[in-house]
Design a protein around this ligand. Structure first.
Ligand SMILES: Cc1cc2nc3c(=O)[nH]c(=O)nc-3n(C[C@H](O)[C@H](O)[C@H](O)COP(=O)(O)O)c2cc1C
Length: 332
């Protein structure tokens, strides 16, 4: 394992994953002041100049909290940038990230070649989102400081590989930081990610049913009611395979069991900046198989408190279990 030098130590090594539409400044602030890296897609701030307002609001709130609570564990923010020719905001969004010296940039889609040196120049680090070893290699060759392995069962555009398989394969050629994602929704899951060889865990779905998330009450309630079997994996909506709640597909008048491979422009990366794309994501609800671990709509602080307690008790349980045979051996 390789904790990134530029990140502060974290008692719960967790990133609140960026989610289109859903990640709001309120959610990011709540995550950071409770010791979890809060991430949001730059494209959530619309129109483009609003990104500057969001960064100003978030950084001011974190600074005020820091002054009022000296010694509190405050995690850094992360901004997600889609690296794709169709993202014509990228240069302007990076200018704003540079102005606010955003400590962590999470890149998705194409390898972050053109972004890394710029982020390093202002003292930030780059984590790149991948679903297979080939893309992990490309990101590392491009100079990324870490890779985010989005495995089977994750919300949004997740991969299909088992985390056991993907972490082991990537660890063969990458000793640096690994963030693990895919249905991690409890503190025990965060500990399991570390046991597998990841440095940090990445959780999106767990934060949809929070008071701060920018999702409708019906969406949050569906997350609470859902279980892993309610998640449908399909490329129908964006052209890229992703995980969605079955219930929302039926409500949109479609049959989740025979969607086919249709590719639509409605939610593609180029269209994400449009109100139409946001509406599409509001109607078809992205979610991962971790929904079964969500049992109430809570403030994000409460979710993190629960996850921290679960993480600590799982760690204790394992330490005790590991110590027991040694104790017995000592008695013989
Ligand atoms: C509704 C939704 C929207 C998402 N939007 C984005 C996005 O804009 N950019 C991105 O890199 N990942 C996005 N993701 C993926 C998450 O960042 C993360 O990889 C995923 O949620 C992890 O799996 P989990 O939901 O099982 O925790 C999205 C996920 C969900 C559920």
């Amino acid at each position: 394992m390789a904790w990134p030098e530029k990140l502060p130590p974290m008692s719960l090594p967790l990133i609140g994953a960026p989610m289109f539409v859903i990640s709001s400044p309120g959610l990011v602030i709540a995550q950071c002041i409770n010791g979890v890296i809060g991430a949001f897609p730059a494209l959530n701030a619309r129109p483009q100049p609003v990104l500057g307002e969001w960064l100003a609001t978030i950084t001011a709130a974190l600074e005020t909290f820091r002054q009022r609570h000296p010694g509190a564990e405050i995690a850094p923010i992360a901004v997600n940038q889609i690296i794709h020719a169709s993202n014509d905001r990228l240069a302007r969004d990076l200018d704003l990230c540079e102005r606010f010296k955003v400590p962590v940039i999470i890149t998705s889609l194409s390898a972050p070649d053109k972004v890394v040196s710029r982020v390093h120049a202002w003292g930030g680090i780059v984590f790149h989102d991948v679903i297979n070893p080939r893309h992990a290699k490309k990101a590392i060759d491009a100079g990324a400081d870490g890779v985010i392995l989005v495995c089977a069962g994750g919300g949004g555009h997740a991969g299909t590989l088992s985390p056991f398989a993907l972490v082991e394969e990537v660890r063969k050629f990458w000793p640096g930081a690994i963030v693990l994602a895919g249905a991690i929704a409890t503190g025990r899951g965060v500990l399991a990610a570390r046991a597998m060889g990841a440095d940090l865990a990445y959780a999106g779905t767990r934060f949809i049913a929070t008071q701060e998330a920018n999702a409708s009450l019906a969406y949050k309630e569906a997350i609470v009611a859902g279980s892993a079997n309610d998640i449908v994996y399909s490329a129908y909506f964006t052209g890229v395979p992703g995980n969605y709640l079955r219930h929302s597909i039926i409500a949109a008048g479609l049959d989740p069991d025979s969607l086919g491979p249709r590719e639509t422009q409605a939610m593609d990366f180029a269209a994400r900046k449009s109100a139409q794309a946001a509406k599409a994501w509001r109607d078809i609800w992205g979610a991962g198989q971790g929904v079964g671990s969500v049992s109430a709509i809570l403030p994000a602080a409460e979710v993190i408190k629960q996850m921290r307690a679960e993480y600590e008790s799982a760690r204790q349980e394992l330490c005790e279990a590991a110590a027991a045979p040694a104790l017995l051996a000592g008695l013989q």
